[in-house]
Ligand binder design. Structure first.
Ligand SMILES: Nc1ncnc2c1ncn2[C@@H]1O[C@H](COP(=O)(O)OP(=O)(O)O)[C@@H](O)[C@H]1O
Ligand SMILES: [Mg+2]
Length: 281
């Protein structure tokens, strides 16, 4: 038996995706033959360090959301690994569960992300029922403490206490997305994944919600995986940019370098397209 003579390499921190491939089974449509499986993400490796914001960009269908879904366990990787602070997110034991709790996701459409029958308070509290070990003290047994904790989270996302009682239909798109953010923060995550989190909002509201995400990130020293097709947004938030094309990662560089000197033709084309539609400054 060989005994290792050196310590294992230092434990990695933050999110580490290695050689991730995700293949969807063909979707069966009534009366039609099942289409062939579809590989949406192929061999992608990507890290997000503590405190770092990485933008994941690329045109529609390039596999960005599939990566987000794989990180939070909504789709299973066909191969490759996803770890947080060295613990595999696929690990069913306590270690994996702790790692998964460190990651929260905000999706594009706040109205479908929130249950239409539930008040903002109920939506936010759901996470505490599912993960009592990560809930603030007393919130599961004492309604007053629960209300206080909810009001505190609402305050952190710029919403009034009376929003707690309201359902999504009584709120604007921007308010719904703020509730989604409050819910994402309820378990004290360390990595926030934003999948087109401002894309569905009115242009006038986009900047405000983006500003909120940036200030929440700073206040809590979060890492962020910021998924977007909007390169204008990337410029404002990202330390590093990773570019997806047809399921593969084609370029990854720090934001300034990428904007100043994109190496890949496809990145250049994306940047040119973005400049065309950006309003003249
Ligand atoms: N559930 C699914 N079943 C089959 N194919 C899917 C499924 N979800 C997404 N796809 C396909 O996978 C590819 C990547 O999709 P997605 O990750 O949503 O891209 P993006 O977020 O970059 O727009 C697309 O071609 C899409 O049609
Ligand atoms: Mg998407």
């Amino acid at each position: 038996m060989t005994v290792p003579t050196t310590a294992p390499t230092t434990a990695s921190t933050g999110l580490r995706i290695e050689d991730l491939t995700v293949t969807y089974p063909g979707r069966r449509t009534r009366g039609l033959r099942r289409p062939p499986p579809m590989t949406a993400v192929r061999g992608v490796s990507l890290d997000v360090a503590p405190d770092e914001t990485v933008a994941l960009v690329g045109e529609s269908g390039s596999g960005k959301s599939t990566i987000a879904r794989a990180i939070v366990g909504l789709v299973a990787p066909s191969s490759g690994s996803i770890e947080f602070d060295g613990a595999s997110l696929a690990d069913r034991r306590a270690r994996g569960q702790r790692a998964r709790r460190n990651i929260a996701v905000i999706f594009q459409d706040p109205r479908t992300a929130l249950n239409p029958r539930m008040s903002a308070e109920a939506s936010i509290c759901e996470a505490w029922q599912a993960h009592p070990e990560a809930a603030p003290p007393g919130v599961r047994s004492d309604p007053r403490r629960r209300r206080d904790a909810v009001v505190d989270l609402l305050d952190q996302v710029g919403l009034d206490p009376d929003v707690a009682r309201k359902r999504p239909t009584a709120l604007s798109g921007g308010q719904c997305q703020r509730v989604s953010i409050a819910r994402a923060l309820a378990l004290g995550p360390r990595l926030l994944i934003c999948d087109e989190a401002v894309s569905a909002l009115d242009v006038s509201v986009q900047a405000q919600v983006l500003q909120l995400l940036v200030s929440v990130r700073e206040a809590r020293s979060l890492s962020m995986l910021f998924i977007t097709h909007d390169l204008g947004v990337v410029r404002q938030v990202a330390d590093r940019v990773a570019v997806m094309r047809r399921g593969e990662l084609v370029e990854s560089a720090d934001a300034q370098t990428l904007f100043a000197a994109p190496r890949h033709d496809y990145t250049r084309a994306l940047l040119d397209a973005a400049l065309d539609i950006d309003p003249v400054a």
